[in-house]
Design a protein around this ligand. Structure first.
Ligand code: AMP
Length: 405
């Protein structure tokens, strides 16, 4: 159903599997923000509810595997998934048992005690180093918890880990509703977009997004670059950038990207003016430049008002829009204007019929800052890294493993 590097993957869907009264092991992405042991944003948990409901209604016992943060292969209470269990119980409306280890006697005991129609949430997979090593013996232990595997962790599909890849060797499996929805939107945009197709890419570093930029240039009509990474592109055109973020070793790569845009007849837009400050600090005074250059001693912290108009106008005219990364240091209110304007115009474009797709992470935080609800976009991806790797055309190990069966 999905095209990756021109290979069509055959993926079974959870709604087509015969799962009545089975014990199902599902990989989910519950890598959610928490503060003092309380979940502060449960978007990723909610995103799995449709699949959970299907399984619970079919009388399944559902064993959930997930990770949180980077505990480096050993137990660390800071990264415990325990606080997620009560939130999930409330959202799913069923009993959620928590197992303090994802394998071994503790997991076996809790799973055995749970009834059909209930959920078991296993402790952080990454407490075991074997998880990130895609270890087959560890994957076999995880697979031993059930009779069927459901892949619902879109945000972890780009990782070849035991619970996302190796496990598929030991169980029949299918993708859940969330993974289906993510792939559907990304597929539609990348393979057969309604044009004009515009991508707006921001964020801090060019190096993180070089491959995505190259790949987008084969697909889009317009590419907008904003945020910290825009300054390396401006430097590549010999524009003065003052003390703005510069990746000097990426200037040649930026030149190559500009050349590719030219060759592919892609309209490429960079900031034409800037909001600048002497320091990246909440109380720093902000000035607006008159032109594309940033004066010596100043840092470009946001796009300027003329650029805001230029970018939002272009976005209004597009029919498919992919957005990843803020166009300024949006965490500081005085530097958030450009990113807020982009979020708002994306909502407007959606209302006017454009397909709008947002990469995860920081881009979703911008929506919050702009007080734009995620429902005002066609699709907000739950996985920043996975959606970028999909756009790059890289095979996602979590899908490839399932399609080989
Ligand atoms: P990323 O994770 O690559 O999407 O980058 C997001 C980060 O880029 C945010 O924390 C922003 O503060 C940062 N950012 C955006 N614009 C700039 C800029 N002009 N200078 C420095 N950092 C920026």
């Amino acid at each position: 159903m999905t095209v990756e590097n021109n290979v069509v993957l055959k993926l079974a869907k959870v709604q087509d599997a015969h799962l009545k009264d089975k014990t199902v092991v599902a990989r989910v992405d519950y890598n959610v923000p928490m503060k003092d042991g309380v979940v502060t944003d449960d978007t990723r948990i909610r995103a799995t509810l449709k699949t959970l409901k299907l399984l619970l209604d079919a009388g399944c016992k559902v064993v959930l595997m997930a990770h949180l943060g980077r505990p480096k292969g050993k137990p660390d209470p800071k990264y415990s998934l325990a606080p997620i269990a009560p939130r999930l119980a409330k959202l799913a409306g069923v009993k959620v048992h928590f197992a303090a280890d994802c394998v071994g006697p503790e997991a076996d005991k809790v799973i055995a005690a749970a009834k059909n129609g209930e959920i078991v949430l296993l402790e952080n997979l990454r407490y075991h180093p074997e998880e990130e090593k895609n270890d087959a013996a560890f994957a076999k232990q995880l697979a031993g918890h059930g009779e069927f595997f459901v892949q619902e962790a879109f945000g972890a599909l780009h990782r070849a880990h035991a619970s996302t890849a190796a496990i598929a060797k030991f169980l029949p499996g299918a993708i859940g509703f969330l993974v289906q929805k993510e792939l559907e939107y990304l597929d539609k945009a990348m393979v057969n977009p309604v044009r004009p197709f515009l991508a707006i890419i921001g964020g801090a570093k060019v190096s993180d997004k070089i491959n995505v930029l190259y790949s987008l240039l084969d697909k889009v009509d317009t590419l907008i670059i904003g945020g910290g990474m825009a300054y390396t592109f401006l430097a590549a055109q010999n524009t003065n950038i003052g003390k703005s973020l510069l990746e000097a070793e990426k200037v040649d790569e930026a030149k190559a990207i500009i050349l590719k845009a030219f060759k592919n007849n892609v309209e490429m837009l960079l900031p034409a003016d800037h909001r600048v400050a002497r320091e990246i600090k909440p109380d720093a005074a902000v000035e607006i430049t008159q032109a594309m250059a940033v004066p010596d001693g100043w840092i470009g912290v946001d796009i300027g008002p003329r650029t805001e108009l230029l970018f939002t106008d272009k976005i209004k005219g597009a029919k498919t829009i992919f957005w990843n990364g803020p166009v300024g240091v949006f965490e500081i209110p005085a530097f958030a204007s450009g990113s807020i304007a982009v979020a708002k115009v994306m909502a407007e474009a959606t209302k006017n019929g454009a397909a709008t797709i947002l990469g995860g992470g920081d881009t979703l935080s911008v929506l919050k800052t702009a007080k734009v609800d995620a429902s005002q976009m066609s699709h907000c991806s739950t996985g920043g890294g996975a959606s970028l790797e999909f756009v790059e055309g890289k095979p996602l190990p979590g899908l490839v493993a399932l399609s080989q069966k």
